[in-house]
Write a protein that binds this ligand. Structure first.
Ligand SMILES: NC(=O)c1ccc[n+]([C@@H]2O[C@H](COP(=O)([O-])OP(=O)(O)OC[C@H]3O[C@@H](n4cnc5c(N)ncnc54)[C@H](O)[C@@H]3O)[C@@H](O)[C@H]2O)c1
Length: 354
């Protein structure tokens, strides 16, 4: 391998053009050598912005001997198939979430990646958002004991069935709520022992989804999510048994709302405004981590330790998030969207309601 990681960009659609490629342009240590998309006009659009990459309508048309690593932003089915083939050919991969169309496919991919010893990172970018990294660090001690984590994750898309998934709700859960589920697992690694899910329907194809994950150590993750809102929003708060509450209400700042149960409102962190989303979105840091891992990978393989650093979102994380999507869908279908096992005698919320 040359000093620069030779990258193939696979799938030159929206995510590649709007996020991944622009952030890659700001990162050193790599060279884009190929742009691949069955729609060659999309591949050429990106090729025109590179030094001397080739264009191809399929990875079959590439000389893989000229490629060290691939960045994939394709629909879930080809994500699985292409990543599987590329790692088997000795290529490290960054693959966008959800990384596969089903839990079974991700189980297979996880096994193949493990056997190949290649480095594969999944695009759960919010783990790399500066504010959430800071919140994660600041709450490390609080999260060592059972805690309560609340995640708001609102995104208007998808608002129609997508990529072979029949309903908008399931498409939203499988393709978007995986981000929130991944964050829940990252903040509270204790295994999930119980899932309660319910949906509040709005206009056609718009909904709010509430999810409660009870973890084995007693922690609770509450996920308030949906596509019913006007704009994209991610927020996380962590409440500890010591009476502290740390809040990142958006991707801009972290405050200590409560300290030992006393209202404080102290600002602990705020993002810079002039970095074009580098710190806020996490896309820049996650791609930097990928390129750096690819540069270190040959040496790591020689010393027999090719495993990714524990904090790198892996196919195992995508698999765990997919299993939680399955559990959420199963709960919603078993209960007609209500999600809770109905009480035989509902408890009145007020004397009048009874
Ligand atoms: N991390 C995030 O925040 C985020 C945001 C948006 C999308 N994504 C993910 O990125 C991926 C792509 O989403 P998108 O919005 O760019 O979709 P898109 O439909 O705009 O782009 C997908 C591209 O993949 C191409 N493609 C399909 N099969 C291919 C193959 N076999 N080889 C090469 N290219 C192929 C298509 O022609 C298309 O241009 C999805 O996995 C999605 O979940 C992630």
């Amino acid at each position: 391998m040359t000093d620069l990681v030779r990258l193939a960009l696979v799938g030159c659609g929206r995510q590649m053009r709007q996020n991944l490629f622009p952030f890659l342009q700001r990162i050193r240590g790599h060279q884009v050598v190929a742009c691949v998309d069955p729609d060659l006009s999309l591949a050429r659009e990106i090729q025109a912005l590179t030094a001397d990459a080739v264009c191809a309508d399929s990875i079959d048309a590439l000389d893989l001997g000229t490629v060290d690593a691939a960045v994939l932003a394709v629909p879930p089915e080809p994500s699985y198939e292409l990543t599987r083939r590329l790692v088997e050919r000795g290529i490290d991969c960054f693959v966008e979430k959800p990384a596969g169309p089903s839990t079974a496919a991700l189980e297979d991919l996880n096994r193949v990646v493990h056997d190949s010893g290649r480095h594969v990172q999944v695009g759960f970018n919010f783990r790399y958002a500066e504010t959430l990294q800071r919140l994660h660090e600041l709450t490390r001690a609080v999260r060592a004991t059972p805690c309560s984590v609340t995640i708001d994750f609102y995104s208007r898309h998808p608002s129609a069935p997508q990529w072979g998934v029949d309903t908008t709700l399931e498409a939203w859960i499988r393709h978007n709520s995986v981000h929130a589920l991944d964050l829940a697992r990252w903040f509270t690694p204790s295994p999930v022992a119980q899932v309660d899910a319910h949906v509040i329907p709005g206009e056609p194809d718009r909904f709010q989804v509430n999810l409660f994950l009870r973890h084995r150590d007693g922690s609770l993750s509450t996920l308030r999510m949906g596509n019913h809102v006007k704009r994209f929003l991610v927020g996380v708060s962590v409440q500890g048994t010591d009476g502290s509450r740390y809040t990142a209400p958006s991707l801009e700042r972290v405050t200590l709302d409560l300290s030992a149960g006393v209202p404080l409102g102290q600002e602990l962190h705020s993002t810079r405004n002039l970095d074009d989303g580098w710190a806020r979105s996490g896309f820049g840091p996650e791609l930097t981590a990928f390129v750096e891992s690819c540069r270190r990978a040959p040496a790591a393989r020689l010393t027999g330790d090719p495993s990714p650093a524990p904090e790198v979102p892996s196919v195992a994380d995508a698999l765990a998030a997919s299993a939680l999507c399955d559990r959420t869908m199963a709960q919603l279908s078993a209960t007609g969207g209500n999600g809770f096992a109905a009480l035989a005698h509902p408890m009145p919320a007020s004397a009048q309601a009874g």
